[in-house]
Design a protein around this ligand. Sequence first.
Ligand SMILES: Cc1cc2nc3c(=O)[nH]c(=O)nc-3n(C[C@H](O)[C@H](O)[C@H](O)COP(=O)(O)OP(=O)(O)OC[C@H]3O[C@@H](n4cnc5c(N)ncnc54)[C@H](O)[C@@H]3O)c2cc1C
Length: 444
Amino acid sequence: MAKQYDVVVIGGGPAGTAMASGLKSQGKSVLIVESDLWGGTCPNRGCDPKKILLSAVEAQHAASNLQAHGLSGVPTIDWPALMTTKHGYTDGINDGTLGGLQSQQIETLHGEAYFRADGQLTVDGTEVNGTDVVIATGQRPAILPITGHEYFQTSTDFLDLATMPKRVTFVGGGYVGFELATIARAAGAEVHLIHHNDRPLKAFDADLVDALMTNLRAQGITFDLNVELKQLTKTDAGLQLSDENGFNLTTDLVICSAGRLPNADHLGLENVGVSYNRHGIQVNDHLQTANAHIYAIGDVSDTPVPKLTPLAGYEARYLVGELAHTGAAISYPVTPTEVYAAPKLAEVGVTAAVAEKQPAKYKVQSLDMTKWFTYYRLQTPQALAKVVIDAQTGLLVGASCLSDIADEMINYLTILIQKQISLSELKQLVVAYPTPASDLQYLY
Ligand SMILES: Cc1cc2nc3c(=O)[nH]c(=O)nc-3n(C[C@H](O)[C@H](O)[C@H](O)COP(=O)(O)OP(=O)(O)OC[C@H]3O[C@@H](n4cnc5c(N)ncnc54)[C@H](O)[C@@H]3O)c2cc1C
C-alpha cells in the first residue's frame, strides 16, 4: 500500500528543501524526493562552487589592479589547490542537507519521482501518494543540437575540472558563460566566448555590457560574436568548432553555456494534466498548475522572474503560506541580477533602456565613478553606474553598476528601491566612512 502524505515535494534543491521545512513547521506530513544530490544545483554545481573559484579570481584581479600602485607581482591560480578548497565545501553538501532534513523529521526518499495519476507517484518503483504535490525539480544545462553535440561539456563539468585545459571555449553569452570564462582566463587558459548575435547578456544594460567586454578583452578573453555554430568535430589538434561562414576554432574543451532547460519532461506530467514549455511548468499567480493539487516553484516554474536561488526560496515561503490558505497572489520584490565577472555587472529594478522610452516618467543618470575615492583606492580600471529615478517622487527605481564591488552596491540599491528610501531619508542615516555605503548619497 502506498504511503499517504499531506504533501510530496519533488526536488531537494533550495526551493524543495525550503518548502519541505516550511510545511513541516506547520505540522504537515511531508515527503521530499531527490534523484541526485541533496541540496540541488546552487550549492553542488552552481552559485556556491562558482563563487569559491571566483574568490581566487577576485584576489588576483585586485592584486593586478594595484600593480605599480603599491603591489608588485600578480599571483597565479593554483587550480588543483583551488579545486580542493571547492571540494572542501561541496563534498559535504549532500550529507549535510539530508541530515538537516532528517533532523527536522522530514521524510526523505532518494530516487526519480514520476506521476502515475493524480496524487499518485512512483519513486524508482516505490509508490507514494500526496494530497498536494510541489514540483521543484530545477533546470539542467541546454545542449545545442548541432553536429558533434556529444563533445559539449557543461557548467557542471567545468566546476569539477581536475586540471584547467590550455584552450577553453564557451558557447553562449549568458551570465554563466561570462562568469566561467572569467575564471578560466584568470586560471591561465586561452579563452573564447562564442555568441550567436552581437548582444550577449541581453538582459543587462548595453553600454555597461560593452564596457564589461572591453575589460574582459583587455584580460585576454576573445569574443566571437554573430557566430551561429554548426559543427563540433574531434581532430588530432583538438576540438574544432565551425559555422557556415568560415568561422573555425580549435580548442581543448567546449562548454555549452547556451541557457538551461526545465526538468519537466521526465515527470509524467501528461498523466496529471500539467503542461510546460521551454521556460518551465505553467503556473498561475498562486504557483498552481492546471491541476489544482499540483504546484511548481523555483527554476522549473514558468514565472516572470529570473531563475535565481533567492527567488526559489521566496516562492517556497510564499507557497507554504498559500497551502495554509492565505489566498493572496504572489508578488515579487525587486530582485538584483548579477554577472560575477571581473569587474562585476549588476542590475536591479527599472532598466535605463525602459526608462529612456518614458522621459516624462523617469530620469536616467549615467555616472562614471572611476575617480571616486572608493575606486581610486582599489585602482579599479572602470566603475560605471546608471540610475533610474522616478521623475515625480525623486525616488530611486532602478540601477545598473559595473565595478569590482557592484555585487555589494546593488544590494544597498535594492534596499533603497524596495523600501522607497528617499535621498533626504538616506542623508539622515550615518554610515561608516569611507565605505561603498557612504557613496550612496551621491548616486541619486
Ligand atoms: C553555473 C551556475 C551558476 C549559478 N549562479 C547563481 C548565482 O550566483 N546566484 C543565484 O541566485 N543563482 C545562481 N544559479 C541558479 C541557482 O542555482 C538556481 O536558481 C537554484 O538552484 C534553483 O533552485 P531549485 O530548487 O529551483 O532547483 P535546483 O537547485 O536545480 O534543484 C532541483 C533538484 O530537483 C532534482 N530533481 C530533478 N528531477 C527530479 C525527479 N524527477 N525526482 C526527484 N528529484 C528530481 C534535481 O536533481 C535537483 O537536485 C546558478 C546556476 C548555475 C547552473
